[in-house]
Write a protein that binds this ligand. Structure first.
Ligand code: PEP
Ligand code: MN
Length: 339
């Protein structure tokens, strides 16, 4: 971290600042230029609040030199990480997967949808049993019974399941039942007790970006999970809130290469929640593939008009068949490019 001081700072004030910094166990390097005084802070800079430092009268600007995320950072882990999701399915480091299924687990239609997405080439099954809904009167999900339906489908088709956990008190239930991948939804991207709780397990976590979350906030959320010991984190771009109203969210595809640049963790993109409309899901799925996503999460429903949640963005199984074909076409170009 570097603090740039005002030219007018008195020697006494600079001395005070240096002893305050050194009192926190850091080493300081001071250089006095003609127009400014620069203090380099070396050591554990997590002990310093950069905003507090910048608020001091003699400080003009503070710049971070290293990112506050360490475990998720590519600098300390240059190789891509592949996360093992069970059933022989890995994601990241060249392994590409498609996660598909309904928004909510609703009942026996789950297995029908699961068979179709599996036949189309999806390698992981999704479905929410615990649903984060804006209205408390909207469908809240089947709960534990929904997890059982997912697990039955997973056993029949030999594919891992991805399902959202919302409450730290439910994490143990997910572990006991053998859920393959726990999803942390956008609304919980900064639910720190939940992030810590899933961090205490070794179950892979699909971590979605918060609706108004920056890329750095997503990486710090990953850091919460990893700092508890769980390194099996998959990042997910699912669209952010902007001024645009023609789509449910704005798909920040920049995040895909940016996250790959900053982090070694796998990056999944979710064109369903990012666009909110069936008609836009396929083109944006293809764009995410082309941008280098390690996987896609796509909502599929056999009867979208009757879906209990997110019907407007669901692909039918027939539409999903076609989308998978086109995903394979884009992937083959990318794979050839890497040879
Ligand atoms: C979902 O996957 O159904 C979901 C609720 O996603 P998000 O948290 O991205 O809104
Ligand atoms: Mn959904």
């Amino acid at each position: 971290m570097i603090a740039i001081l005002r030219k007018s700072a008195s020697d006494e004030a600079v001395g005070h600042l240096i002893s305050w910094i050194e009192g926190k166990g850091l080493i300081t390097h001071v250089s006095r230029g003609e127009n400014e005084i620069v203090i380099g802070l070396v050591g554990d800079t997590t002990k310093i609040d950069p905003f507090l430092l910048e608020s001091m009268d003699i400080v003009e600007r503070v710049q971070r030199v290293s990112e506050p995320f360490k475990k998720a950072n590519r600098k300390f882990h240059p190789e891509d990480t592949a996360v093992d999701c069970g059933h022989g399915v890995k994601i990241g480091a060249g392994h590409f997967q498609v996660i598909a299924g309904p928004c909510s687990v609703e009942g026996e239609n789950l297995i029908r949808i699961a068979r179709r997405v599996h036949a189309a080439g999806a390698t992981m099954l999704r479905g929410g049993a615990f649903k984060p809904r804006t209205s408390p009167y909207a469908y809240q999900g089947m709960g534990a019974d929904g997890l059982d339906l997912l697990l039955e489908a997973s056993a029949e088709l030999d594919m891992p399941v991805v399902t959202e956990v919302m409450d730290p008190r439910d994490v143990q239930l997910f572990v006991d039942k053998g859920i393959d991948v726990m999803q942390i939804g956008a609304r919980n991207a900064q639910n720190f007790p939940l992030l810590k709780e899933v961090g205490k397990t070794n179950v892979p976590v699909l971590l979605k970006r918060g609706m108004s979350g920056t890329i750095d906030e997503l990486l710090m959320a990953a850091e919460y999970i990893m700092s508890e010991g769980n390194g099996n984190v998959i990042l997910c771009e699912r669209g952010i809130r902007t001024f645009e109203t023609r789509t449910r969210n704005t798909f920040d595809l920049n995040a895909v290469p940016v996250l790959h640049y900053l982090s070694h963790l796998p990056v999944v993109a979710d064109p369903s929640h990012a666009t909110g409309y069936t008609r836009y899901v396929e083109p944006m799925a293809l764009a995410a593939c082309a941008a280098g996503a390690d996987g896609l999460e796509i909502e599929v429903h056999d009867c979208p008009e009757k879906a209990w949640s997110d019907g407007a963005q669901a692909l039918t199984p027939d539409q999903f068949d076609r989308t998978m074909e086109r995903i394979r076409a884009i992937r083959s170009v990318i794979a050839a490019d890497h040879e």
